[in-house]
Design a protein around this ligand. Structure first.
Ligand SMILES: Cc1cc2nc3c(=O)[nH]c(=O)nc-3n(C[C@H](O)[C@H](O)[C@H](O)COP(=O)(O)O)c2cc1C
Ligand code: SF4
Ligand code: SF4
Length: 278
């Protein structure tokens, strides 16, 4: 008897879509190789996080999270802890990052999914466009990255075929990243700490056409539907409102934030490769 997977679920948080693109590519590729259906659980928007999601033993979960400050986005962590329940469900964990470092995000995702009853059999980290800049890892995930994602999916399928049951899965380790470290502290271009926790996007009223797209894509539900230039709740700096505004009316002008972006552009443009742990 071999492990029998009947469905693959792509499960992700992805305000600016890179994480979703890679997670879906991997999940749908594995599903095709196993000849089973795939479905998407996109928990980017607040409404999707009102549910709890149950996973069966004969399903495969492919989790995708972006790296924020070297970890899983901290405002999303409570949902990652409480929103998913598994019974020894096999899993694949992937993270994306903006070409600086994924630091502890993959280790944290492995640990949190493990706490919820998932058995991760393959892990990977993917350099992607940094949502803060149009100069860092632009165009990634590229076609070449997506082909590597297919290769990773094939290796994961080989592992699924190898195991007799999910209880036998031995999760891979991430050499040098065994521990979850404290959050990364962003730096300004002079090396001093960049403090922009309270920064919020501004709106150019001369450009805004009041279409409401920014409010509909905010993962925190923080852009006011009464006045689209108002951000009432928490802003996690995800950039979804900025990237999706059809009129380029949204922008950040916080000096510490802009200085951090310059620091990233000065130091983290050299091409990085995806890392696979199986
Ligand atoms: C608040 C915030 C913090 C980030 N921190 C990091 C980081 O520590 N290291 C890194 O390389 N990229 C970092 N990034 C970049 C994202 O990880 C990267 O752009 C990711 O692919 C975005 O995923 P998405 O397109 O699915 O939203 C950060 C992005 C945001 C919004
Ligand atoms: S998406 Fe842009 S144009 Fe549309 S309401 Fe928001 S700021 Fe205005
Ligand atoms: S307001 Fe902040 S959290 Fe909401 S979409 Fe814009 S950048 Fe993201």
């Amino acid at each position: 008897m071999r492990m029998n997977i009947k469905k693959v679920k792509a499960v992700y948080f992805s305000p600016c879509k890179s994480t979703g693109k890679l997670t879906e590519r991997i999940a749908f590729r594995v599903a095709k190789l196993l000849d089973v259906p795939a479905e998407i659980i996109d928990f980017t928007l607040p409404k999707a996080r009102e549910n709890k999601y149950l996973f069966k033993k004969d399903e495969l979960a492919v989790f995708g999270l972006p790296t924020y400050a070297g970890r899983i986005p901290n405002k999303i962590l409570p949902f990652v802890k409480e929103g998913f329940l598994a019974e020894s469900t096999p899993a694949i964990c992937i993270v994306t990052y903006g070409n600086r470092s994924f630091d502890s995000s993959l280790t944290e995702l492995l640990s949190e999914t493990g706490n919820n009853g998932f058995k991760a059999l393959a892990l990977s980290a993917w350099p992607c466009r940094h949502v803060f800049s149009d100069k860092i890892a632009i165009g990634r995930p590229s076609e070449e990255d997506l082909k590597k994602a297919d290769y990773f999916a094939e290796r994961a399928r080989d592992l699924i075929k190898k195991y007799k049951s999910a209880d036998d899965i031995k999760s891979p380790s991430i050499p040098g990243k065994e521990e979850v470290l404290p959050y990364y502290s962003p730096k300004k271009d002079d090396g001093e700490p960049a403090v922009f926790l309270k920064a919020k996007p501004k709106t150019d009223s001369g450009k805004c056409i009041n279409c409401g797209v920014c409010a509909s894509v905010c993962p925190m539900g923080s852009v006011s539907y009464k006045n689209f230039s108002e951000v009432n709740g928490i802003c996690i700096k995800c950039q979804a409102c900025i990237k999706n505004c059809p009129e380029q009316a949204k922008y950040f002008d916080d000096e510490a934030f802009l200085s951090h972006v310059r620091m990233l552009e000065n130091n983290f443009t050299a091409k990085k490769e995806p890392e696979i742990y199986i």
